[in-house]
Design a protein around this ligand. Structure first.
Ligand SMILES: [Zn+2]
Length: 498
């Protein structure tokens, strides 16, 4: 497509992808997903019109040569703190404790509405660039309604589809969900939700036996909003939170449990029995320590899974990475458990196809959007991703397309992305001009945060202390070991914010 054709498609001209390996991700389970070799997908307006080989198309339809590529549904990230993209990478070496201290106790409060907007916009652009067409913004930095308005405006200006899960880490959810100004915001913005911008509530359940969160769940019910909650997080939320929610009747299919990594059988059984889904952030759980990435347990309970990347203060908006990490973590666990029994895994239980399901239709189900997005199905809204890179060796030959998506492809291989039938990326390049604005806004936020925190706190945030560790005794003696002088040390630095 040339720029004129892209504009024509974005003004309603039909577009057809020709000769792709189409991963439809339709059907209700792993084996029912259809793979169509040499398949075409026709998009008319906002919707997928037809899927199959050698499609007849209306006159004037723009054609995209998708040969050698994989066409799949746009990916869905069900838990992202998009505002934290403004400090991308700052916490690469953090523990979860350091994250809590930084955002919850110390610096979260300095974020202004424009800083929330800056992070959201950059994260929104990053998402579509990586083939993530829908993102749930787990937005817990909304300390005032002005912050909330800024978050909504930024998502509305983003090229992708979003769900704002409204939250406020500095306030009590049973208070802010029932405050007059939040209710006025709900009338103004939430009641006007659209296909491209939905809403949920985001808050955690502390496990306090008095269950003060009851009022927040009631508010969600009253406003017709789903709830997303961090559950089963080592040291923060545990089985008590699940039990309290269950006993009070607030565990429903409308709840997403984020992480759910440190829970007992009993909690998983309650989740399974009430139809909730779990958003697994494998890279987060592995690095921050909420618990072992739980897909190996969720599978045994038949609990629906979706994938997420949590926050760019550590990680990225890259669901290729999430799929790869999740499949690997699940298999690691299977091997470790088998070895502990003195056995060998001879057949892998979790397949590449299943994690592609979780990254697409699984995410759509978790958000209650599976009737509209998440698969390449006629009648659904056209959120599509073409993975194709003729100049790279990694996508050839294409023998096992799910395997190629999970273990071979990366976000640079995303050639074309459609959201709601609009072309937002083509020829490996973003179509809109949001990136420049997003970078400028984030640069201002970085400048402001750095100044407000001061050079010492800024440098310290990036280089937390390394704990002392000693090598264990070795009867054969160590050779060439210098006592650890080359280990990284906390040091003051002034990296360029760009
Ligand atoms: Zn989170």
């Amino acid at each position: 497509m040339n720029p004129d054709q892209i504009e024509a498609v974005n003004n309603g001209r039909p577009v057809v992808f020709r000769d792709a390996t189409v991963l439809t991700m339709d059907g209700s389970g792993g084996a029912e997903h259809r793979v169509i070799e040499h398949g075409d997908v026709l998009v008319v307006g906002e919707r997928i019109e037809a899927v199959g080989p050698g499609l007849a198309v209306p006159e004037g339809t723009v054609e995209i040569d998708a040969s050698g590529g994989i066409l799949m549904p746009g990916m869905v990230d069900t838990h992202r703190h998009m505002w934290q993209t403004a400090l991308r990478g700052l916490g690469a070496d953090w523990s979860l404790t350091q994250y809590f201290v930084f955002y919850y106790l110390t610096w979260g409060k300095i974020f202004r509405p424009e800083d929330i907007a800056a992070g959201n916009l950059l994260s929104g652009v990053e998402a579509v660039d990586a083939g993530v067409t829908t993102t749930l913004d787990w937005s817990h930095g909304l300390q005032t309604i002005e912050h909330g308005e800024a978050a909504v405006d930024a998502l509305a200006a983003s090229p992708g589809r979003s769900v704002l899960a409204y939250g406020n880490l500095l306030g009590a959810p049973w208070e802010w969900t029932n405050s007059p100004d939040f209710r006025a915001f709900a009338k103004r913005r939430i009641d006007k939700r659209t296909d491209r911008l939905g809403f949920q509530l985001a808050f955690d359940v502390t496990g306090d036996p008095a269950f003060p969160e009851k009022a927040a769940f009631e508010a969600a019910r009253e406003l017709g909003l789903r709830v997303s909650t961090h559950a089963g997080v080592w040291g923060a939320t545990n089985d008590n939170s699940i039990r309290l929610m269950h006993e009070h009747g607030f565990m429903t299919p409308d709840v997403t449990y984020v992480h759910a990594a440190t829970l007992t059988e009993d909690s998983y059984q309650r989740i399974a029995a009430t139809g909730g889904t779990v958003s697994v952030s494998t890279e987060s759980e592995q690095s921050a320590g909420q618990g072992y990435p739980p897909t190996w347990a969720l599978r045994k309970h038949g609990i629906g899974v979706s994938l997420s990347m949590d926050t760019s203060v550590w990680w990225s908006a890259d669901l290729f990475s999430a799929m790869r990490a999740t499949l690997s973590a699940d298999r690691s666990r299977e091997h470790l458990e088998a070895h502990a029994r003195g056995e060998t895994v001879t057949h892998n239980a979790l397949r590449a196809e299943q994690v592609v399901d979780w990254a697409t239709i699984g995410g759509a189900r978790a958000l209650g959007l599976a009737d509209r997005i998440g698969s390449v199905t006629p009648g659904k809204q056209a959120d599509l991703v073409l993975i194709k890179n003729d100049d790279a060796p990694a996508l050839f030959p294409l023998l096992h397309p799910y395997g190629s998506v999970v273990f071979q492809a990366q976000r640079g291989d995303v050639d074309t992305v459609l959201v709601n039938g609009r072309v937002v990326k083509h020829g490996h390049r973003l179509v809109g001009n949001e990136l420049g604005a997003a970078k400028a806004a984030v640069a201002e936020t970085v400048e402001y945060a750095r100044k407000t925190m001061g050079p010492e706190a800024w440098a310290q945030a990036m280089t937390p202390d390394v704990p002392e560790t000693d090598l264990i005794a070795n009867p054969y003696t160590y050779t060439g070991y210098d006592g650890g002088a080359d280990r990284p040390r906390a040091q003051a630095s002034e990296p360029d914010a760009g």
